[in-house]
Design a protein around this ligand. Structure first.
Ligand code: AMP
Ligand code: ZN
Length: 112
């Protein structure tokens, strides 16, 4: 499968991976938008949020739980932002679902 994040998950393409378990991996974003900016992705290929099924509910919970736990480990105890972009208008550019974790700077609302 020609998917960048599947290749990062399998190790075929290098990334600054710093967490892995049986379901997800986390690695630093190549174009950081904050002092802390990493991605939590499922190892399994799911193109976008609208491809999720009932059976994936626990996986998404695990992604969010892992994101917050790693955010705290990265020193984001003052706060952080979780983002999941969905499809073109939602700003998604890599079609393998991922949760952005941004922290260590003040966030603003609304986002662009
Ligand atoms: P999105 O626009 O929500 O699909 O986010 C995709 C993210 O993946 C962007 O923030 C990119 O900077 C990041 N990205 C793209 N290629 C890589 C890579 N090889 N390693 C790490 N992050 C990447
Ligand atoms: Zn994939």
């Amino acid at each position: 499968m020609d998917c960048l994040f599947c290749k990062i998950a399998s190790g075929d393409i290098p990334a600054r991976k710093f967490y892995e378990d049986d379901q997800v991996i986390a690695f630093h974003d190549i174009g950081p938008q904050a002092p802390v900016h990493f991605l939590v992705i499922p190892k399994r290929h799911i193109p976008t949020l609208t491809d999720l099924t009932e059976a994936d509910k626990a996986l998404v919970g695990h992604i969010a739980y892992t994101a917050q736990r790693l955010a705290m480990e990265q020193g984001c105890d003052q706060g952080f932002r979780l983002v999941m972009n969905c499809n073109e208008q939602g700003g998604q550019t890599v079609f393998h679902i991922h949760m952005h974790v941004l922290g260590q700077r003040q966030m603003h609302w609304p986002p662009g």
